[in-house]
Write a protein that binds this ligand. Structure first.
Ligand code: MN
Length: 204
């Protein structure tokens, strides 16, 4: 299969002021597109691998030929991570709010982390603690246990057998135009655009 850029559910300026329109446009149309182009290029000579789903490929990198394993890890991971990232953000206030909604994921977060403030603190610490480029995640493992993790580069929690529910891109390309070196301001501002309805859907 040939991978293509998934449609954005909102306009480039929809997440202002948390994420500026120019960053959204470059991030989506240039960075994400490049991961897709490079993934397609890597898979072009491996038709048997091209039949698998992206989740199957990055969930079992050992099964991918060594010749393109790094490319699938980096560019397949990049495609997977960004596809999730666009979905877990929204311009719709109704989807952003989680108070008085009885979402299962919020109840579970409260149970595991204590409360939303403590969860956000832990997640933000993972985002701030990632040296260089990478991601912060809320994941669920096969036993149903929630945890906060961080991955380097475009590595995904899927490769460690964990399903990502919520992810935050902390590569500089995700925030540098507006926030320069102030990653913390970006992380703090990002919470207000999280699509909790989507996180609930990912929780299943
Ligand atoms: Mn990115």
């Amino acid at each position: 299969m040939v991978y293509t850029l998934p449609k954005l559910d909102y306009s480039f300026d929809a997440l202002e002021p948390s994420i500026d329109a120019l960053t959204m446009e470059i991030h989506y149309a240039k960075h994400h597109q490049a991961y897709i182009d490079n993934l397609n290029k890597a898979l072009a000579d491996f038709p048997d691998l091209a039949e698998k789903t992206l989740e199957e490929l990055i969930g079992d990198l050992e099964s991918v030929s060594e010749k393109i394993r790094a490319a699938v890890r980096n560019h397949g991971g990049g495609h997977y991570n960004h596809s999730l990232f666009w979905k877990v953000m929204t311009a719709d206030e109704k989807l952003r709010s989680y108070e008085s909604k009885n979402l299962r994921i919020i109840a579970e977060i409260n149970k595991v982390f204590g409360d939303m403030a403590k969860f956000k603190e832990q997640f933000s610490a993972a985002a701030m603690g990632r040296f260089g480029s990478g991601w912060a995640w809320l994941v669920v493992d096969v036993s149903g246990q929630l945890s906060v993790v961080s991955t380097a580069n475009q590595d995904t929690p899927l490769s460690e057998g964990k399903k990502p529910l919520l992810g935050l891109d902390v590569w500089e390309h995700a925030y540098y135009l507006r926030y320069q070196n102030h990653r913390k301001d970006y992380v703090d501002a990002w919470w207000s655009v999280v699509n909790w309805a989507e996180v609930e859907k990912n929780f299943g």
